[in-house]
Design a protein around this ligand. Structure first.
Ligand SMILES: [Cu+2]
Length: 429
């Protein structure tokens, strides 16, 4: 536990360090993993990005367009890419064993799929992912509405947690405690914002993404008056007033708000708030008089009659009850993928999954290929998500309309937990 939280440092990274978005509509995208230096507290640390950038380039395309992305593996180890939150064909999902083989060094793979939903998504390595994602192999994937909301700037903010060693270099060492607790929490937290400048009175859309491997961010936005308009890429029917934003690894939150002063993005789980990044006004414009409107909904299948109810029990970790899996963590008494799926469903079935966290730590459970509804006490659907945070000792029921054929991973997106067993799969015929 030596390195965990031994210091909480602020790093200011200029927005100019981020490359311009790739407009996928203009050309197909090539993604090459590369070693990249990142300046942390005045020291260059070696990370792993795409196309010489950490985070990787932002990919943007309009809703219902087709993304063509070639992964060229320039690493000396295998890799692959998962397109988090996109409802895509199973063969494009980028999951080792279940959907594709690792792309070997020197090899390539062509991903090609339509993007049915407008919203904030992201891509990341799904091979040796604890290591490759923590080193920087991720980037935003933004699907634009055909009629986007009226804002002055559309800004992507990625929250990142980095673990450094005693010399201040990126820490790749194996720390057994990371696999039985909250995971590999870093000692440095920062955020990459695609813009650092604004005007008082501007209306901003902020797309927050948490690509960190294990850190749950608790974010306050100061200097902005507005609403939450989407979670995990899916618009809320009724925008919610802005309050603390909790982002488990993999989760996204879209906010629309009007600038009142310096916009501060603060992490507030530590004893005192930590400034991750800021967007500073110079000058002003007339504030809009129009109210904040909901984003246009995406077209998802509605839940029908529940045909199966399945328990998914999170087990293990420090202080947890024993289980039969080989790893620190297990789902339904198995660590890693069981031979048989935990659910076999016909296409279009509505399945209720009871997530039960029997451990002493929170878990962010991610379902591939689908979004699902969180539910209230009366089992009524509330919000759509692709990753749901279940606190220690708590339970949650989710409703899944399993309409996308294939073998889909369901796992904890705290990648230390996934690596040590907290992953399973389901099958849609
Ligand atoms: Cu977990």
């Amino acid at each position: 536990m030596m390195n965990i939280n031994r210091r909480q440092l602020l790093i200011g990274l200029s927005a100019a360090a981020l490359p311009q978005p790739i407009l996928a509509a203009e050309s197909s995208v090539i993604l090459r993993p590369t070693r990249v230096g990142l300046s942390v507290n005045g020291r260059m640390i070696e990370m792993l990005g795409f196309n010489n950038s950490v985070p990787g380039p932002e990919i943007r395309l309009p809703q219902n367009d087709t993304l063509s992305a070639r992964l060229e593996n320039t690493l000396e180890e295998g890799t692959m890419i998962h397109w988090h939150g996109i409802r895509l064909p199973n063969t494009m999902d980028g999951v080792n064993v279940l959907t594709q083989d690792a792309v070997i060094p020197g090899g390539s793979f062509d991903y090609r799929f339509a993007v049915p939903d407008a919203g904030t998504f992201w891509y990341h390595s799904h091979y040796l992912s604890l290591d490759q994602v923590s080193r920087g192999m991720f980037g935003p994937l933004i699907v634009e509405e055909r009629n986007p909301p009226d804002v002055d700037q559309d800004i992507t903010i990625q929250l990142l947690d980095i673990l450094t060693d005693a010399e201040g270099n990126f820490d790749r060492a194996f720390h057994p405690a990371h696999y039985t607790t909250e995971g590999r929490l870093g000692d440095v937290m920062t955020a990459f914002s695609s813009s650092s400048q604004t005007r008082v009175g501007e209306r901003l859309r902020l797309r927050l993404i948490n690509p960190s491997v294990d850190r749950v961010f608790k974010i306050a936005l100061q200097g902005l008056s507005g609403v939450v308009v989407a979670l995990d890429g899916m618009p809320l029917a009724e925008p919610q007033l802005l309050s603390e934003l909790v982002l488990a690894p993999g989760q996204r939150v879209d906010v629309i708000g009007d600038v009142e002063a310096d916009v501060h993005v603060l992490e507030q789980s530590a004893s005192k708030p930590l400034l991750l990044t800021k967007i500073s006004p110079s000058g002003s414009r007339d504030e809009r008089q129009t109210a904040f409107a909901p984003l246009p909904p995406n077209r998802l299948p509605q839940p029908g009659r529940i045909t199966q109810s399945v328990d998914l029990v999170m087990q293990g970790g420090a202080g947890g009850k024993p289980h039969s899996g080989f790893g620190s963590w297990a789902l339904n008494d198995v660590s890693g993928l069981p031979r048989q799926p935990i659910i076999s469903a016909g296409r279009g079935e509505t399945v209720l999954i009871r997530l039960r966290n029997d451990t002493a730590f929170p878990h962010g459970i991610h379902l591939h290929g689908h979004h699902f509804w969180e539910t209230d006490e009366s089992q009524a659907p509330t919000v759509l998500r692709d990753t749901t945070l279940v606190e220690a000792g708590e339970s949650r029921e989710i409703l899944c309309v399993l309409d996308n054929p294939g073998a889909w991973l369901i796992h904890c997106h705290m990648l230390s937990h996934q690596e040590d067993g907290m992953a399973t799969w389901l099958l849609v015929a």
